[in-house]
Design a protein around this ligand. Structure first.
Ligand code: DGL
Length: 284
């Protein structure tokens, strides 16, 4: 049986998965996070299923080699195309962000008309539609890929930005015409554009961030498997409190750790960010 004081492994194609980490830290402050951002191979959203599956498998092997007790696939694209295969390949509990996001949206909608925005791969997979229909067969789902949102978020053009707003208007016009009352932010970067997206779709549309529900499901999963860390707060560095070694957050990337740190500091407190570069290709 796994030691419950070891970290939770979380990964994404890059920095966007930190929006999920932020939620996990909020809801599970005693858990240490072991994060991997695949900054050398981002974006996943325009890659084939086969490639994303291979990358996901390498990363999970890396996270397990560092002692992770459970895995959160914080990337919507990898959750959409690789989660089921990863669950078959590894014994450790693994959750993605799509199912929790779909469940949250199905709860929120009043008129049953739900929009989903994400990368090309996520929208093409039709997986949000599948989970939404499973939760409530009466909903109608409208998907739209918004690939330019990722570089805009990484550029920091997030709040009150004219260009981002124009791009959002162009992408979201057809969803608005469908009278949706709920919109799933089905990509890790999109919560960073939340205020622009909300402005464009209007206040009557409820935005759903799958990260919130994912952190909640992670908590249930850890409780159920008796893997919840009893520590009150994970440490920012290895430290001993009351004779116990506090777990520590650790961040790894596959390229450009400094650039990652700069962007990451807009999502998490910079004091905890000391990213290291590692290659994961050897974990075949
Ligand atoms: N992390 C990806 C997702 O949530 C967005 C960036 C990418 O395309 O890799 O789908």
């Amino acid at each position: 049986m796994k030691n419950k004081n070891v970290p939770i492994g979380v990964f994404d194609s890059g920095v966007g998965g930190l929006t999920v980490v932020r939620e996990i830290m909020e809801q599970l402050p005693g858990e240490a996070i072991l994060y991997f951002g695949d900054t050398a191979r981002v974006p996943y959203g325009n890659k084939s299923e086969e490639t994303v599956v291979r990358y996901s498998s390498q990363i999970i092997k890396f996270l397990l080699s560092k002692g992770a007790k459970t895995i959160v696939i914080a990337c919507n694209t990898a959750s959409a195309v690789a989660l089921e295969k990863m669950k078959k390949e590894f014994e450790v509990p693994i959750i993605g962000v799509v199912e929790p996001g779909a469940k949250a949206a199905a709860k929120v909608t009043r008129n049953g008309r739900i929009g989903v925005i994400g990368t090309e791969a996520t929208i093409r997979s039709g997986i949000y539609n599948e989970f939404l229909q499973k939760t409530n067969p009466h909903v109608t789902v409208y998907g739209k890929a918004c690939p330019l949102f990722v570089p805009l978020a990484e550029e920091g053009w997030v709040e009150e930005d004219e260009i981002t707003e124009q791009v959002a208007r162009r992408y979201l016009a057809e969803l608005s015409e469908q009278d949706i009352d709920t919109l799933v932010l089905g990509c890790t970067h999109y919560p960073l554009l939340r205020s622009v997206i909300q402005k464009v779709v209007g206040d009557k549309v409820q935005l759903v961030n799958p990260a919130v529900e994912t952190a909640r499901e992670l908590k249930y999963l850890l409780e159920e498997r008796r893997l919840l860390n009893e520590c009150e707060k994970a440490g920012e560095t290895y430290a001993v409190a009351g004779g116990t070694l506090l777990p520590q957050h650790e961040f790894f990337v596959s390229d450009r750790a400094e650039k990652f740190k700069q962007f990451a500091a807009s999502i998490l407190p910079s004091a905890i960010l000391r990213p290291e570069s590692v290659g994961v290709e050897k974990f075949e």
